[in-house]
Each structure stands twice: as structure tokens, then as C-alpha cells.
Design a protein around this ligand. Structure first.
Ligand SMILES: Nc1ncnc2c1ncn2[C@@H]1O[C@H](COP(=O)(O)OP(=O)(O)OP(=O)(O)O)[C@@H](O)[C@H]1O
Ligand SMILES: [Mg+2]
Length: 394
């Protein structure tokens, strides 16, 4: 599990250390740096997937930097960040413009420092430290497996951007991405095809299983969790013959009262928008990492709370989730999960990002106790209801 992410001179952050837990909520005003945290993690994984972090030892062992071979790949499948001048913090600290991203897992730190190249989208690594032991005795010598943080190797990784699939007549049927790699796509565009292929997989017994689902099979489990958003809904995902696309359809009611099947464009926005979130959480695997932006989007308040409960269930199942949200219902859903014992208080973190007057970002971390209570409510942290009520009652 990633315990901490340290960002230096990266986008909104001159320097920030962000503790992470099994379930971490990132909250705060717009443009305060929440997505940047996920982008940093995705950037490292993207660079590694492209083979541009292949041999971080070389720079240490030979003392030679081979430009253009290893580096942070700014544009790819997970993130498109532009060029060096877009990602270097505009008020960078240090004598030279450099970006460092460091990931702590257990007692090991994996640190990547890249040089500034204003017009390039591959920022050359200038220094990559061997995994170093942040607490205990010196590292005995990294094995191949320990070169990079374990989330690079985790077979289960999902990153769902705020901008996801909308209701449509068809969705892509890409075997390599959806089935081969099990990746839902950053817009969740492969979720329908994934669901079609894995419909009869069983959701393991445990926190993820919905008690009122027809069966443990993934399709029925997805329908049951979607039923938290719209009671009685069921889904079908089927290929469209002769094309490389799949179709999604919805039904409402049980077999006797069911209306005819409806296409996504005729059932509203929220169900389809939430589908990739539901599929990602229900198929979470222990040791996997899920990055979710705004799971609350287009959902009614109760549905938002339920989505937080599902995210907490995925964390209780052993995956790590980092969730950006503007919703106090999502926050409350996480607090409830702690109060109900699904997660221990130390497994549920919440950070509040606040821009400071200068160019920096302040990160405040209220702590949750076992009753789901928070030890502080900084100004601007989900206090708008009270602020408005005070004015209304004045
Ligand atoms: N190179 C840079 N130097 C300094 N600040 C930057 C740089 N690039 C982006 N930013 C700042 O980062 C912020 C955007 O961060 P981010 O996208 O993480 O916001 P967010 O908190 O996710 O917002 P939202 O809630 O709207 O999704 C903006 O304030 C932007 O000015
Ligand atoms: Mg964001």
C-alpha cells in the first residue's frame, strides 16, 4: 500500500507530503490540487508502463545520465499533462528547476527526480534513488521486484477521471484493454465491455457483496449496487454483431412488472455515469489501486452516500482507494463506514486542500474517530450548509 506521496515542484505544489490510507478522500476548493495528487501517481505508473523508468539504477551505478531514454512521460493513456513548463511548479524551490515525486510504501521510499525541459513531454530522470529504508536498517539490496513501488506491478489498477462516459448507443469493444489488461479506461469507456465479458464472475464473499442481490454474479451485484441509485434497475451488456462495439441496456422492475429494455440515452444521466465507479469498486482486488474523481457526479444525495459505502467496502476488501470529492454525502458515507466497523479509523483518511495567499497549497487532515466524528472542521471544509442556514435564519 502507498503510505505517503511527496510532491516537490509539481504543478500546484512547491512541496507537499500527503499521507494515504486504504481509503483517502481528497477534498477542498476547486483548483486546489486534489487531482494533481492522482496525476502524480498516474504519471509514474504511465512512465513505467511505457518503459521509461526501466532501469533507475543506471544513473547511480554509472553516474551517467543518458538523456531521452528514461524519464517522466507526461502524455499517455492515464494523463496528458503537456510539457515541462506546464508541470514545473511556477514558483519552484531549490537552486535548479527539478521535479521530485516520491512514494513511500511501508518503510521504503521510491524517489524520482526529473530535470526541467520546458518544451519536452519526456522529462529526463536525473536522479533515481535506490529504494531507501526510511526507518529501519539499511536496505539489504533491492531485488528486481523491489525496484519500484508495488502499485506499478499491481495487476489491478483503475483511474477514473471526472469526465466519464455519458449515455450512448454503443461503447468500445477492445479486447486488449478491457479483457487482457482489465482496465476500464480513464473515462470508464471499457466498463460495458468488461461487464459483458465478466458478467458471470463471482463477487467474493465479504464486504463487497450486496446482501439483496439476486446472486453473487458480477452482473447481478452491479445491478444491486445500481439499485441503490435507482431501485429495481437491472442491466444487460451485449455485443453488437458485426461491429467492435457493445450495447448497454437497462430494465426496471422484476420479471412480472418489467418494462421493456431501455437504451442509456433514455434513462437519465446518473446511472451510466456511475457505472464505471460501481464496476471498478466491485471488481477491486487486494493490493490493487483505484483512483476516483468525483464519484458523486450526477447522483442524488443518498446515492452519493451509498457510493462512498461501496468505496469503503472495496478498501475493506484490501484495495487502496484515493477519492476526490466535493460531496459531504461522500464524506459522511465514509464516516458511517467507520462507525459501522467496515473500516478502522486509521484506514480512513480525509485531506482538506486549501490554497494559501501565496502560490502554495495548505493540506489539513481532520482525523476520524471510531464513532465517525471528525476532530476538526477547518473553515471552508463542508461548512456551507451551516453558512447558508445562518443567513436564512437571520
Ligand atoms: N505549473 C504549475 N505551477 C503552479 N500551479 C499550477 C501549475 N499547474 C497547475 N497549477 C495549479 O493547480 C491547480 C489545479 O489543480 P487540480 O487540477 O489538482 O485541482 P483540483 O483541486 O482537482 O480542482 P477541481 O476540484 O476543480 O477538480 C490550479 O490552481 C492551477 O493553477
Ligand atoms: Mg480535480
Amino acid at each position: 500500500m502507498i503510505d505517503r506521496l511527496t510532491l516537490t515542484n509539481f504543478k500546484a505544489f512547491q512541496h507537499a507530503e500527503i499521507p494515504l490510507g486504504p481509503l483517502t478522500l481528497l477534498t477542498g476548493l476547486n483548483s486546489s490540487g486534489k487531482s494533481t495528487v492522482m496525476q502524480a501517481l498516474a504519471l509514474l505508473r504511465q512512465s513505467n508502463m511505457a518503459g521509461s523508468l526501466t532501469n533507475p539504477w543506471r544513473f547511480i551505478e554509472n553516474g551517467i545520465h543518458i538523456p531521452g531514454m528514461d524519464g517522466l512521460l507526461l502524455n499517455g493513456e492515464l494523463v496528458g499533462l503537456g510539457t515541462g513548463q506546464d508541470v514545473l511548479h511556477e514558483d519552484f524551490s531549490g537552486s535548479a528547476p527539478m521535479i521530485t515525486l516520491a512514494v513511500d510504501e511501508g518503510s521504503y521510499r521510491y524517489s524520482y527526480t526529473a530535470a526541467y525541459a520546458p518544451e519536452q513531454n519526456l522529462l529526463p530522470l536525473v536522479e533515481t534513488q535506490l529504494p531507501s529504508d526510511t526507518e529501519g536498517p539499511a536496505h539489504p539490496g533491492p531485488t528486481e521486484a523491489a525496484l519500484h513501488p508495488s502499485y506499478f506491478r499491481a495487476s489491478y489498477f483503475q483511474y477514473l477521471h471526472a469526465d466519464r462516459i455519458t449515455p450512448a448507443e454503443r461503447y468500445p469493444r477492445d479486447h486488449q484493454v478491457a479483457i487482457g489488461r482489465g482496465f476500464l479506461g480513464v473515462r470508464g469507456e471499457h466498463a460495458v465491455n468488461y461487464l459483458r465479458h465478466h458478467a458471470r464472475d463471482e463477487v467474493p464473499d465479504g464486504p463487497l457483496r450486496h446482501a439483496r442481490a439476486k446472486s453473487p454474479l458480477l452482473l447481478d451485484q452491479v445491478a444491486a449496487w445500481m439499485g441503490e441509485l435507482c431501485p429495481g434497475v437491472n442491466l444487460e451488456a451485449a455485443p453488437i454483431e458485426g461491429t467492435d462495439t457493445v450495447r448497454l441496456s437497462y430494465g426496471f422492475g422484476d420479471a412480472l412488472t418489467a418494462t421493456r429494455r431501455r437504451r442509456p440515452t433514455n434513462v437519465g444521466f446518473g446511472l451510466t455515469y456511475a457505472l464505471p465507479i460501481v464496476v471498478a469498486c466491485l471488481t477491486a482486488q487486494p493490493g490493487g489501486l483505484i483512483l476516483l474523481e468525483n464519484p458523486e457526479a450526477h447522483l442524488h444525495p443518498q446515492g452519493q452516500t451509498r457510493m462512498a459505502g461501496l468505496a469503503a467496502a472495496a478498501a475493506a476488501h484490501g484495495a487502496q482507494l484515493i477519492v476526490e470529492t466535493h460531496s459531504d454525502h461522500v464524506l459522511n458515507g465514509m464516516r458511517l463506514a467507520v462507525k459501522q466497523g467496515l473500516l478502522a479509523p486509521e484506514q480512513a483518511l480525509v485531506h482538506f486542500f486549501r490554497s494559501t495567499d501565496g502560490s502554495g497549497v495548505e493540506v489539513i487532515t481532520p482525523h476520524i474517530d471510531e464513532d465517525g466524528q471528525l476532530d476538526q472542521w477547518p473553515m471552508g471544509f463542508f461548512d456551507e450548509l451551516e453558512n447558508t442556514l445562518v443567513q436564512l435564519l437571520d
